[in-house]
Write a protein that binds this ligand. Structure first.
Ligand code: IMP
Ligand code: MG
Length: 178
């Protein structure tokens, strides 16, 4: 595979990500035992992973997306996160799984959890593709995650730097790092 000039190293290929999403799908399907599940993805980075997960779940599924403010032109969190787009799906009384692309400081997931709790779901769990365990400023642990990664800025497979690189078919380490 041709490596993009701005990428230092590939961490996960799309085949590896899809295989891991299948495993997560099996695990989540077993945990919810045929009960309906509402997936809420966090825009924009989560789209490719959310699609993989939707295809891997053997449950009655509904899904929607929320949007939170992002890092913008930076590789480090600004420390404030705002909800830009709410769910249209009625999630009150439902089992909800919040799906994210990557957790670093934990602020985005924390804000999303607090926001969705106000909609009064019956249960609320979290799933992220990537987990930067060492980046936390809020103590938060996802219920499910794909891979742990070191504290590096990564792009591809939906993840961006200033809206670039989302289309790369792998997750790679950006040469300009934090
Ligand atoms: P947190 O709020 O610091 O946990 O970061 C979560 C959000 O920041 C994610 O939804 C991403 O949009 C973005 N983010 C964090 N780390 C990275 C990265 O390494 N590459 C691209 N986006 C990232
Ligand atoms: Mg994101």
């Amino acid at each position: 595979m041709q490596l993009h000039a701005d990428i230092k190293e590939i961490l996960f290929t799309s085949d590896q990500i899809k295989a891991r999403a299948k495993e997560l799908g099996r695990q989540i399907s077993a945990d919810y035992r045929e009960k309906p599940l509402a997936l809420v993805g966090i825009l924009n980075g989560v789209k490719p992973f959310l699609n993989d997960l939707l295809g891997a779940l053997d449950l009655p599924i509904s899904h929607d997306l929320i949007e939170l403010s992002s890092y913008g032109q930076s590789t480090v969190s600004s420390g404030t996160v705002k909800v830009l787009k709410d769910v249209a799906l009625d999630i009150s009384g439902k089992d909800v799984l919040l799906v994210e692309d990557i957790i670093d400081t934990g602020l985005t997931l924390y804000t999303a959890i607090e926001h969705l709790r106000a909609h009064k779901p019956a249960t609320l769990k979290t799933c992220t593709l990537l987990n930067k365990k060492t980046g936390r400023s809020v103590a938060i642990t996802p219920d499910y995650y794909g891979f742990t990664i070191p504290d590096l800025f990564v792009v591809g497979y939906g993840l961006d730097y200033a809206e670039n690189y989302r289309e790369l078919p792998y997750i790679g380490v950006l040469k300009i790092n934090k």
